[in-house]
Structures are given as structure tokens and as C-alpha cells.
Ligand binder design. Structure first.
Ligand SMILES: CCCCCCCCC[C@H](O)CC(=O)SCCNC(=O)CCNC(=O)[C@H](O)C(C)(C)COP(=O)(O)OP(=O)(O)OC[C@H]1O[C@@H](n2cnc3c(N)ncnc32)[C@H](O)[C@@H]1OP(=O)(O)O
Length: 725
């Protein structure tokens, strides 16, 4: 393969008259422009050759195709590739050359057929797959729409309602379901895939099997009136669920056009909006997230050294509280045998009970069978001492945030665990060097910071100190992958990456209400921005005990830039400690529904009198845009410090940390990506102005000042390694 080209297709013509075209573009046979243009040439040749009666398309190495090469969108966005004529691929090649050909095509699908991959197969005249195949149109997740005819062919093959479900949720279906839906014509074992597909293609030629053009099918489409109702409902739901995104509605426009005005008009509409969505900011953000998420597991100096992850056969967890039991759940769900240690029978029973409840909720929802529940639970053993730790490969400590307790635990672990055992702490804020102070095992001490609930939340912050060995990080990255977490490797400091970014977010919100802003309007503006909830609702959810413990760490470690608000401590004194006590910034009913509390004013006023601040008329009537900027620019400022200090090695890692750890909206691309969309100069100028009026909490850091002075993006790599790693 030419090193400048990305992928290819090869065509082999058999003695039976079937041309087999194989898509080759590892690792997922994505449809790059090179693959697509090769495919076109192969088709033209196959159609012109007298020895070819029919065509089979398949993918190399057990994968049909993971869809259009996503990096192609980036090339078009950056202007490094000229966009092909609108509709050239979907209409000229896939519809007019392939589907309308005088020779039939059959798709032989192994592994996956996603996005453009499934769309290509739907233009074939039949689809044969293996049992494990995944079939889906996940384009909306990337900010684009199915653009190779998927908006037209999927509803015609599986019906409008199912097609909408598959497209709007981006969730794939398995081969068996695809078969019962009519998307797949036959499911056969892998070894029989190609022979069956060849035979099927010849059967079509000889009229023993029907020659079906998906685009011309109408039997699965509902009557027009009903279709319009279904689409209207889908639009309503989409507006509610994705209010800040345009592309799902644009996708529905293409679907509707096909149903109302016919498939050709639908294809044209799809091509038109498919081209428009590529330049949306939300699309740029989502595509950045796709590659950044996969980039977090590539750690320079660690994963590029040829280290192979060691096998982790058994894990021990210390502490069966909310975090410990969640981590245990995540591990046993991925078949790791786990020992859960507690200090007494009562706590142990409670910890095991929590794990059980986590799994039982899956059984109740129907996503886990009773047999699987029993089998999974059998992987968990309780313990009250360290004797059973003698053959574990990894320990994760998940006790309360108390330094001397953690130091004692790590000293004990060194005595009982084997020499190779990884000693991990789930601390969310405490310096790991302090935790390991009483051991000689610094090279195997690492942070494994899970987010609550640990069996659900996708992020795993892997914290390394100057001493943590590369092998230990590689091992933990592997465990993270196996338990389906997205890892972000960060350096050691108070709060690591996620909590350091989180802290100024809540602090800014407290500052604003003390100076007169309405907390409920702040929460509303932040939710509209796309966060799952505003900072006050979040504090209630986390609980004031945790909020105060975390704040104490930050106030101690970063006193020059913390805003010490008394609102939360004052409420805590009055035994209103958040949602768990049914009172915090909000009042909560039996169904945990939050409503504003007029009494909150009293605490705000008292906190204001303690801090000595005054109501600022400007802050009383902030616009939504100003609320967003005054809350998130301090977060950007802290993210810049984290990046400049080398706590994060790539700005993109902070984007993923913010999305998965803080709930930052993915379609904004993450904190640094979003900041760069506004420009370092603008952010610097706003923070600088606020710091002059409101104090050092807003003071822009040196890194931000430097980037702003050069007009440079915040996400550009840090040149000089000032890394603590
Ligand atoms: C206007 C004119 C422009 C031309 C018209 C365009 C019209 C496009 C029409 C089409 O409808 C659009 C699409 O098809 S968009 C793509 C849809 N497909 C997807 O969204 C699938 C994305 N991939 C995945 O979900 C997963 O990667 C997977 C395929 C399920 C595999 O998962 P797994 O966990 O095994 O591996 P990963 O680590 O995720 O991926 C491995 C490496 O492969 C890279 N990769 C995966 N998919 C693609 C892809 N579609 N394009 C490019 N690269 C892909 C991924 O980045 C990983 O790379 P590494 O370098 O990190 O190893």
C-alpha cells in the first residue's frame, strides 16, 4: 500500500463468476476516500468484465467496516481536503453504480458494519452475516448524519420506528435481531460466510433468490399520515433530549423528505444536510472527542516502550462503602475475582449488600439473568484481615479521606501483599506521596480514582507519582480497558485533574451568589449550557460533608486562589447537608424532586456578612452568557495550570476528564477545546478584568497570560517539559 494512501480494496474473481471485493483499511476497515474510490474502480471493472456475474463485498480480518473514515471529516473541516461534489459518493457511486447495477451484489458481514459500512451493505441486494456481527448507524453520536443513504434505506428495510430508534440512539443491533428485523437475510457461521454469500449472489442471478433494491422497497413504510405523526413525535423528543444540537433534526429532515417525496429526493436531501453538518461547531466538538477518547490510553514514555500488561488474576479492595462496593461491582462484572476487606462483620455485610444491590438492579431491569447474577456474585469474597491478600495482584484502597489511616493501610499492605502487587488508592484529592510515606514500595503505588457510582461512571483517573513504574501504569490501563472505563493518566497533586477543575466551578458559583446572583438562575443557565445539573444542585447531590472535606484540601493547598464561602458550612451547622437530609440549596420531596427554598436567602446573607462582601448590582442581573463565563473561565484557568504543570500530558486528556468526570457537554468538545473556540485572548481579558474588581480567585495564570499574549491556542502542546511526572 502506498504510504500516502489510506486503505484499499482488492478484487478477486473466482471460477464461479463471483467477484469478491475486500475492504482493507486496518484496524476497522474504515471507508477512507481511497477505499471508496478503489471500490468504485473495482465495481466499474467487475461490471465491464464478461467473466463476472455477481459481486460480493466483504471486509478483511473479520470486520466488515467501522464506517466512513472519521478523520476525513476533520480534513474537510480543516480545509486540507476538498469536499467531493455533494452526493458523489452516496448517489453516484453507492446508488447509481452499485445498487442500480445490472449485476447483483451481496454483503458478507463479519464483526461489524457500522455507519457507512452498514449503509454500503444496505445498498447491496442481500446481506449475510455471522452471529456476532454488530449493525448500526451511530453517526449522530459523532455530530454527523448517516450520509451514504442510511436515512433512506434503513426505514425501508426495518420500518420507520425501528430505524428512528437505531439512528437516534446510535445503538447497534446484533445479527439475530438484524435478521428478525429484515436487515440481514441470513446468519451463518464465520467459516461459511463467503461461500454462502457467493452462492446467494449467484442465486440472485439465476432468480432463485429475489433481487431487492432496498431503496425501492415500500412494504415496511407506514402510511404517510402515520409516518408524519411518528416523525413529529421523534422531533419533539429530539428537541427535548438534545436542545443544543441541530444535526439530529437535520437528519430527521432527510428521513422525512424520503418518506414524503420519495427516496431519490430523500437521498438528495441527505447529501445536502450531510455536507452542511460537517461544519457545525457541535460536530467539530464530537469528532474531537472521538479521537481524544481513544488517545487517552496512549501515554508518551509509558505505552510506547513495548511493555506488555501483566495478568491481574485477583484484586483486593479495602473498604466496602459506596466507592469500594462500586469498584468491586465494576471488577466482578468483568470477571475479576475480588476480595472485599472491611473492619468488622457489620460493615462487611453492608459492603457485600451494596454490591448485591448494584447487580440486583440489573436483574430487575432485565439486563442481567439470575444465573449471571449468581455467577458474578460468586467472584466476590469478604475478609476481615489481610491473610487472603498473600496472592493478590492488585489492591485498591477505598477508605475515607484520612491521611494517617491510609498511611497505616499502605504500610500493612507492604507486609502482606506479594512483591509484584500493585498498591492503588482511590483517593480523590490526597497526595499519593504522602499516602506511601511509610512504605518502601513507591514504584508500585498508583492512584485509581473512580467516580461515583464507580460501576456506572465511565472515567478512571490513573494517578502516577514520580516513582510509579511504567509497568504499573500499563497494567492499570489494561484493567481499565477490561472494566470498560476510559482512563486518563495524570500526575500527582492535590485534587489531580478532575477535582482541580471542579473546584473553581463550585467556588465561582458560591462567589456569585454571595455577591447577589440568584443560585437558581445560575443552575438553570448551567443546565442550559449542557451540564447535567448546576453547581448548587450538584453540591446537594454530593452532600455537604464531602464538599467541605474537599474544600479543606484545596484551601490548605492553594490558599492564594480559593474563595472561602461560608454558605455550605452554615447550612451544615443547621443540619441541612444536601439531598440526603432533604434540605440543601433546594428542598427535596419523597421522590427526590428538587424545589427552590426561600429560606436559602438567610444563609447567603449570613455568609455575605462573614466574608465582608457586598451585593454587586452588576452580578445581580447577569445574563446567561455572563454566568457561563464567570463560572467556567475559572475552570479553564485551573485547567491551564494543570496542563502547564504537566499533570495532564495532553490538553485533549483534560477535555475527556472534564466530559467524563464533570459532565461537561461532549458536543462542546471538552474544556480546552471549548476555551480555544473562544480564544485565549478573550478568556484572559475577562479573567484579568474580574480579578481587578473581585480579587485573586479570578487572576489569570501565567500560562494563560503567555498564550493570550501570543494569541496561541490553549491546547497547543506545552513546549518545555515542566512536568512533575
Ligand atoms: C460531504 C462529503 C464528505 C463525504 C461524505 C461523508 C458521508 C459519511 C457517511 C457515513 O454515514 C458517516 C460514517 O460512517 S461516520 C462513522 C460511523 N462509524 C462509527 O461511528 C464507528 C466508530 N468506531 C467505533 O465505534 C469503534 O471504534 C468500533 C468500530 C466499534 C471499534 O471499537 P474498539 O473498541 O474495538 O476499537 P477502538 O479503540 O474504538 O478503535 C480502534 C481504532 O480504530 C479507529 N477507528 C474506529 N472507527 C473508525 C472510523 N470510522 N474512522 C476512522 N478511525 C476509526 C479508532 O480511532 C482507533 O484508532 P487508534 O489509532 O486509536 O487505534
Amino acid at each position: 500500500m502506498d504510504s500516502r494512501t489510506k486503505g484499499k480494496t482488492v478484487m478477486e474473481v473466482g471460477g464461479d463468476g463471483v467477484a469478491v471485493i475486500t475492504l482493507i483499511n486496518p484496524p476497522v476497515n474504515s471507508l477512507s476516500f481511497d477505499v471508496l474510490y478503489n471500490l468504485k474502480s473495482n465495481y466499474e471493472e467487475a461490471l465491464s468484465r464478461n467473466d463476472v456475474k455477481a459481486i460480493v463485498i466483504t471486509g478483511a480480518k473479520g470486520k466488515f467496516s467501522g464506517g466512513f473514515d472519521i478523520s476525513g471529516f476533520g480534513e474537510i473541516q480543516k480545509g486540507t481536503r476538498k469536499e467531493p461534489k455533494v452526493g458523489y459518493i452516496s448517489i453516484d457511486i453507492i446508488t447509481d453504480l452499485l445498487e442500480a447495477a445490472r449485476k447483483p451484489s451481496v454483503a458478507a458481514i463479519d464483526g461489524l458494519a457500522l455507519g457507512g459500512g452498514l449503509e454500503l451493505s444496505m445498498a447491496c441486494h442481500a446481506r449475510i452475516s455471522t452471529p456476532g456481527a454488530q449493525l448500526g448507524l451511530p453517526e449522530l453520536q459523532l455530530g454527523v448524519i448517516p450520509g451514504f443513504g442510511g436515512t433512506q434505506r434503513l426505514p425501508r428495510l426495518v420500518g420507520l420506528t425501528k430505524a428512528l430508534e437505531m439512528i437516534l440512539t446510535s445503538k447497534p443491533v446484533r445479527a439475530e435481531e438484524g435478521h428478525s428485523l429484515g436487515l440481514i437475510d441470513a446468519v451463518v457461521p464465520s467459516a461459511e460466510l463467503l461461500t454462502t454469500a457467493r452462492r446467494w449472489a449467484l442465486d440472485i442471478v439465476e432468480r432463485r433468490k429475489p433481487w431487492i433494491s432496498s431503496l425501492l422497497k415500500t412494504d415496511k413504510l407506514p402510511p404517510l399520515g402515520e409516518a408524519r405523526e411518528i416523525l413529529k413525535f421523534a422531533r419533539g423528543q429530539t428537541r427535548k433530549q438534545a436542545p443544543n444540537m441541530k444535526h439530529p433534526l437535520m437528519c430527521l429532515d432527510a428521513l422525512e423528505m424520503g418518506i414524503v417525496s420519495g427516496p431519490r429526493a430523500g437521498l438528495e436531501k441527505e447529501a445536502e444536510v450531510g455536507s452542511q453538518v460537517i461544519s457545525l461547531d457541535t460536530t467539530k466538538g464530537l469528532i474531537h472527542v472521538f479521537f481524544s477518547q481513544r488517545g487517552t490510553a496512549k501515554v508518551p514514555g509509558v505505552t510506547d516502550g513495548g511493555l506488555v500488561p501483566r495478568k491481574i488474576k485477583k484484586v483486593a479492595i479495602i473498604g466496602g462503602g459506596l466507592m469500594g462496593s462500586g469498584i468491586a461491582t465494576a471488577l466482578i462484572l468483568s470477571n475479576y475475582p475480588v476480595i472485599l476487606k472491611e473492619v468488622n462483620e457489620k460493615f462487611l455485610e453492608a459492603g457485600i449488600g451494596r454490591v448485591k444491590a448494584n447487580l440486583q438492579s440489573r436483574v430487575r431491569k432485565g439486563s442481567m439473568s439470575k444465573e449471571k447474577f449468581e455467577k458474578t456474585m460468586s467472584l466476590l469474597k469478604g475478609s476481615l484481615d489481610y491473610e487472603s491478600f498473600r496472592d493478590v495482584d492488585m489492591v485498591i484502597e477505598a477508605v475515607i479521606e484520612n491521611i494517617s489511616l491510609k498511611q497505616q493501610i499502605f504500610a500493612d499492605l507492604e507486609k502482606y501483599c506479594p512483591q509484584h502487587c500493585i498498591l492503588a488508592s482511590n483517593t480523590s484529592t490526597i497526595d499519593l506521596n504522602k499516602i506511601g510515606e511509610r512504605t518502601k514500595s513507591q514504584d508500585r503505588i498508583v492512584g485509581a480514582h473512580f467516580f461515583s457510582p464507580a460501576h456506572v461512571m465511565p472515567l478512571l483517573e490513573i494517578v502516577r507519582t514520580n516513582h510509579t513504574s511504567a509497568q504499573v501504569i500499563v497494567d492499570l490501563l489494561d484493567v481499565g480497558k477490561k472494566i470498560k472505563k476510559t482512563p486518563v493518566v495524570v500526575g500527582n497533586c492535590t485534587g489531580f485533574a478532575v477535582n482541580r477543575m471542579f473546584f473553581p466551578y463550585t467556588q465561582a458559583a458560591m462567589f456569585l451568589v454571595e455577591r447577589g446572583a440568584d443560585p437558581y438562575l445560575i443552575d438553570m443557565a448551567i443546565s442550559k449550557f449542557g451540564m447535567p445539573m448546576g453547581p448548587f444542585r450538584l453540591c446537594d447531590l454530593v452532600g455537604f460533608g464531602v464538599a467541605i472535606a474537599t474544600a479543606t484540601q484545596f484551601i490548605e493547598n492553594f490558599p492564594e486562589r480559593t474563595y472561602k464561602s461560608m454558605i455550605i458550612p452554615l447550612m451544615q451547622e443547621d443540619k441541612r447537608a444536601g439531598e440526603a437530609t432533604r434540605k440543601g440549596f433546594y428542598l427535596y420531596d419523597d421522590k427526590r424532586k428538587a424545589k427552590p427554598d426561600p429560606e436559602l436567602k438567610k444563609y447567603i446573607e449570613k455568609a455575605r456578612s462573614i466574608s465582608g462582601g457586598n451585593v454587586d448590582p452588576k452580578l445581580v442581573k447577569l445574563s446567561e452568557k455572563e454566568i457561563i463565563e464567570m463560572t467556567f473561565f475559572p475552570v479553564v484557568n485551573e485547567a491551564c495550570r494543570v496542563f502547564a504543570e504537566g499533570i495532564a500530558v495532553k490538553a485533549a486528556d483534560l477535555d475527556i476528564a472534564a466530559i467524563m468526570g464533570m459532565g461537561f457537554p461532549p458536543y462542546r468538545g471538552g474544556i480546552m477545546f471549548w476555551a480555544d473556540s473562544m480564544g485565549s485572548k478573550y478568556i484572559y481579558s475577562r479573567l484579568d478584568e474580574w480579578s481587578k474588581t473581585y480579587g485573586d480567585f479570578f487572576k489569570p495564570c501565567a500560562f494563560l497570560a503567555e498564550r493570550a499574549s501570543k494569541g496561541a491556542p490553549l491546547s497547543a502542546p506545552v513546549e518545555q517539559a515542566r512536568s512533575r511526572l
